[in-house]
Design a protein around this ligand. Sequence first.
Ligand code: HSE
Length: 433
Amino acid sequence: MRDVKVGLIGFGTIGTGVVKILQQNKNIISDKLGTSIILKKIADLDINRPRSVKVDSSLLTADANEIISDPEIDIVIELIGGINPAKDFIIEALKKGKHVVTANKALLAEEGMEIFECAESVKRNIGFEASTGGVIPVVRAIKEGFASDEIRSVYGIINGTANYILTKMTNEGIDFAQALKEAQEKGFAEADPTLDISGGDSAHKIAILSMLAFGTKIEFNSIYTEGIERIASEDIKYAYELGYKVKLLAIAKNVNGEIDVRVHPTMITFENPLSNVSNEYNAVYIEGKNAGRNILFGKGAGELPTAVAVVSDVIDIARDVISGESGRMTPLSFKLNRIANKPLRAIDDVRSRFYFRFSVVDRPGVLSKISGILGKNDISILSVIQKGEKDGEKVSVVIMTHEALEKSVRKSLQEIDSLDVVVDKTISIRVEE
Ligand code: HSE
């Protein structure tokens, strides 16, 4: 039986992990495939930097085209990330008849349809399990395990870095900057961690899961995204005292044909299983009309777990290479000519309970001004706690609300933040039961 040849573009953290898995699990892989996967070339702009894995220097090149135009290579693994030149490499490789495996969530979320259409038109496979949830097989679960059901919602924790930071802040009381530094040292954060912290990385991933789950195009820039940058240790502490943990959730729901997709910090009760998902772990709920609620849990980031997902995609595609089949399954599982363009639900129309932390001057009448504005905008207060007691100085007032409309919350906070007794911008966190 012929062997299967792969080329790797991108020899960074995950690329290094892929080489390790191919070397370390060579026998396991050939026991499953009945043949070997041969890593023929590795392209990276920097081929001299020392890596934590040994490779024959003859495999290394600084020119990705050597991989794309090598007629012997069956599968191209793209791990450079970002939109360009990754997009050109992938399209070129598909057009040259190669299958592609990628972990590139930004590219698939923002310009994925073009790539999926190209893959379908040339009948080549594109594997992207590693783009979302690290090693957790969430892409495969939605594409295959739940293929027969109508998926109602997909939601959970899908950024390891943000979860690591929030976990450290909760358990050790350390500040944001220190927790981020540790996440970077452990290799979970992206080269530029802004996307992890701002919620952009979770938005990329939930966009991909929404396309897969609901068979629809998603206008990436319309996804409501809020990060964890403004969450202070103080909020985490108060939330905990009230019986909640703060988690960065990515949520996608099909609400009667309207797709509600959003990413934001969320307070969840200790009873919610997501509250026990710690550090770089991810967890994703998949809820189907008949399947009910299911949860996948595992390592959502890190060199080797993510590399396992990449190489598992390579094995899956290698089976087609060996059998001579191709394009058995479309990239999104839905036939591309059946992909809809379902409307996204405007964030203004979403209803949630809220936690507010107002930074105000401790003076008579302040609370009545705030509650007056909330009441006028139809926001009902559930509880109020004042943290601190410094007559005439800054204190925190925490208010929990009943369910309120986003539009009304935004309007109220604008009005409240312009009061002269309000010292800093109000912190608001949505609360899920
Ligand atoms: N930086 C990502 C995370 C891992 O923190 O989850 C890769 O998607």
